[in-house]
Design a protein around this ligand. Structure first.
Ligand code: MLT
Ligand code: ZN
Length: 472
């Protein structure tokens, strides 16, 4: 799709819409000695990639975004929407340059409706700030990606982000009732109604969620909420074999327990995180992996009964001594170790794959990943939300040659993804396709499916200006 370059007339028009202070260019950033801040709009948390925007716009509301989109649609200028830049698939990278449209000023919690257990928010609200705000009135917003302290709800919607609690509570898509969206043409729509049920026409809400900013820019969200669970129990379970940890996952569910967290950390994953955090942690010699299992609910006695059932299941898997976290500080520390594995790995050069399979196939997936790694000579650090079959596979650069790193890993990564698909899974559970996985999408989706998606894209965005170069 041929795009047009930005003109000085367009810059002047953008200034009239958002105000000169919210139109950033490389030249202005350099003059104001904020070149690094400006450069950050061209990268996200994905590997080591950077694409320079021609201009960064920071609109304040849907009306301003609508005016920007009308201009860009008319002049065929690419627009890359951007939240906090914590994405892991390159979805916010302006690969065709043009406009980066930041949602950082759309950062209001508009209403928390306690009667209906709903909230209306803007996309630039930080996930954890939203969780805390609803918690103050006894309500619960479960999706909690590892980056919850900095990621925006808009970005969570773009990928239907999950996190540890997804195993019991589902991902972002399960909490969205209604969305206000600015379309690439500049039209503003609401996708549905503020109701728990809706059987009125195609489900445009769920089409938007997970569309990675390619179909529209979300400017308001109505979320449903739950009552806040008052109690949690957290246990760290050491396994002598990774395969047994994988098997135990299914067994816990079969025993009738649905944990609110069921996370896998292979030995080196935990070691990397502890080292990164400076925690003196020694994993016993014979321990190969851990499961971090959380139970939550309103009745503590009931939770202890469930914990006993979990212990009974785990008894069959030759586990080491289980650590039952009994203070809030101990629980926070265990979750800190888990949540920082990603950061620890990011401090090395790595590639992250977000594999997902039906939960009972995890053992086969994990063994397959290690076998492929051994055959091609790379180390992987594996961890993730195994309660819902989601294993993050991080390939470490180590001593791999440039040739192997830049080209040679394509085949083993394809092998890992083909294995996922063979096991009934797919190539991304929660990080999205964005830029870095799009070369593999044909492994998961048939050409007919991709053509349907291209057709949908074309209906929403006939000139292909919104987040071009992503997904397919
Ligand atoms: C996680 O579960 O820790 C994240 O999805 C992965 C990451 O932050 O790298
Ligand atoms: Zn994750």
């Amino acid at each position: 799709m041929p795009f047009n370059a930005l003109t000085s007339e367009l810059i002047v028009a953008f200034e009239a819409i958002v105000g000169p202070a919210h139109v950033l260019t490389a030249q202005r950033a350099e003059a104001a000695a904020t070149a690094e801040v400006y450069a950050d709009y061209g990268r996200d948390h994905t590997e080591d990639l950077h694409y320079a925007p021609d201009v960064v716009l920071r609109p304040a509301n849907a009306d301003e975004i609508s005016q920007i989109m009308r201009l860009c649609h008319e002049h065929r200028v690419p627009v890359t929407p951007r939240g906090a830049g914590t994405g892991l698939s390159g979805g916010a990278l302006p690969v065709h340059h043009g406009v980066v449209l930041s949602t950082e000023r759309l950062n209001k919690i508009i209403q928390i409706d306690e009667r209906n257990l709903q909230a209306t928010v803007e996309p630039g609200v930080v996930n954890e700030a939203f969780q805390n705000a609803v918690k103050e009135v006894g309500l619960f917003y479960p999706p909690d990606p590892a980056s919850k302290g900095s990621c925006f709800l808009g970005g969570n919607l773009a990928h239907s982000s999950g996190g540890p609690k997804a195993v019991k509570y589902g991902t972002t898509k399960d909490y969205v009732l209604n969305l206000q969206v600015v379309l690439p043409t500049g039209d503003i729509i609401w996708t549905a109604a503020n109701t728990l049920k809706n059987s009125t026409g195609y489900n445009l809400t769920q089409l938007m969620v997970g569309s990675e900013g390619t179909l529209g820019i979300i400017t308001k969200v109505v979320f449903r909420l739950l009552p806040y669970p008052q109690h949690t129990i957290l246990m760290l379970v050491p396994f002598r074999q990774e395969a047994q940890a994988a098997e135990a996952v299914s067994a816990v569910f079969r025993a009738g327990i649905i944990p609110s967290g069921m996370e896998f950390m292979e030995r080196i994953a935990m070691e990397w995180s502890a080292r990164y955090l400076g925690i003196p942690l020694t994993v016993p010699e014979d321990v190969r992996a851990h499961l971090l299992i959380e139970l939550d609910g309103q009745d503590l006695d009931q939770l202890y009964k469930e914990a006993e059932q979990v212990y009974a299941v785990l008894d069959n898997y030759n586990v080491g001594e289980i650590l039952l976290a009994d203070t809030a500080a101990q629980k926070d520390e265990l979750w800190r170790i888990r949540r920082n594995i990603g950061n620890a790995v990011k401090s090395a050069v790595y590639k992250e794959e977000d594999t997902v399979v039906p939960r009972a196939e995890l053992g086969t997936l994990l063994a397959g990943v290690k076998e492929i790694g051994a055959r091609y000579g790379f180390q992987s650090v594996c961890y993730g939300h195994v309660g819902d079959g989601n294993l993050h596979v991080n390939i470490i650069r180590g001593n791999l040659s440039d040739e192997m790193w830049n080209v040679g890993l394509r085949e083993p990564i394809s092998e890992i993804f083909r294995l996922c698909v063979k096991l009934g899974g797919t190539i991304s559970g929660e990080h999205g396709i964005g830029l870095v996985q799009k070369g593999y999408i044909g492994i998961a989706l048939a050409e007919t499916n991709l053509n349907l998606m291209r057709g949908i894209k074309n209906v929403f965005d006939p000139h292909g200006i919104l987040n071009p170069g992503k997904i397919f």
